[in-house]
Design a protein around this ligand. Structure first.
Ligand code: HEC
Ligand code: HEC
Ligand code: HEC
Length: 141
């Protein structure tokens, strides 16, 4: 990105490039799976809660990988961490930040438990909105 911004070709080319990039992200989600939302549903459905949507990109632009994947200790695998509410309230995993100080706290159940019931653990290309809305296409497999 910095290289692109450094080019002296003016705004039009820039706008074009950005449009192409935007299309790539929309049309080729698999190639950029690590940018997608992670649905975590090891326990939620079983406990009668909606599965959790973790908006990875939203967090990645705010924190370095290391903060979560080294310091907090999230394994690099969708559903690969045995997360539950006792741990979160104890300040582990999501609770390292969602404690009312760094970010809003655990009372906001629905902000995390926002996927359609039955959505399996996965890295999903779509936005929170798409996952949270009733499906219009059979895209949520
Ligand atoms: C705010 C915390 C946070 C930050 C920052 C973060 N991640 Fe993650 N990452 C997670 C969580 C949570 C998961 C899902 C773990 C789970 O499902 O148990 C995850 C999953 C992943 C996965 C496995 C799923 C996938 O997308 O393939 C990869 C790879 C990954 N992260 C890479 C990165 C990289 C690279 C960065 C930095 C550019 C980064 N993460 C920054 C929290 C974070
Ligand atoms: C900051 C995000 C976040 C918030 C807020 C949150 N949860 Fe969770 N919760 C999770 C994650 C992540 C899991 C693990 C999901 C899984 O594997 O199914 C989880 C799992 C659960 C589970 C199943 C495991 C267990 O601990 O029994 C229940 C039940 C649950 N949450 C209830 C709640 C309720 C009720 C609230 C509101 C008082 C809440 N959660 C708020 C992230 C959150
Ligand atoms: C390193 C700190 C950190 C960790 C760990 C973390 N979050 Fe967050 N999260 C934030 C911050 C900061 C915000 C923005 C809060 C705000 O806007 O007030 C946020 C916002 C969110 C949002 C709202 C996104 C939006 O579009 O507004 C969701 C959903 C969320 N987090 C879920 C989770 C879940 C689920 C986990 C654990 C799997 C988690 N977070 C772990 C820091 C963190």
């Amino acid at each position: 990105m910095e290289k692109l911004y450094g080019m002296r070709k003016g705004g039009r080319l820039m706008a074009c490039l950005m449009a192409v990039l935007a299309m790539l992200f929309v049309d080729l989600p698999e190639a950029h799976a690590e940018y997608g939302d992670v649905v975590i549903n090891n326990y939620s459905d079983g406990a009668g809660m909606r599965p959790v949507i973790f908006p990875h990109w939203f967090h990645r632009v705010r924190f370095r990988c290391k903060v979560c994947h080294a310091d907090i200790g999230f394994k690099f695998q969708a559903g690969g961490n045995e997360i539950n509410m006792v741990k979160i309230i104890d300040g582990q995993y999501c609770g390292a930040c969602h404690n009312g100080e760094i970010a809003w706290s655990v009372e906001n159940c629905n902000l995390c438990h926002s996927a359609k019931p039955g959505t399996k653990t996965q890295v999903h290309e779509s936005t929170i909105q798409k996952l949270a809305r009733p499906a219009t296409t059979p895209a949520n497999k």
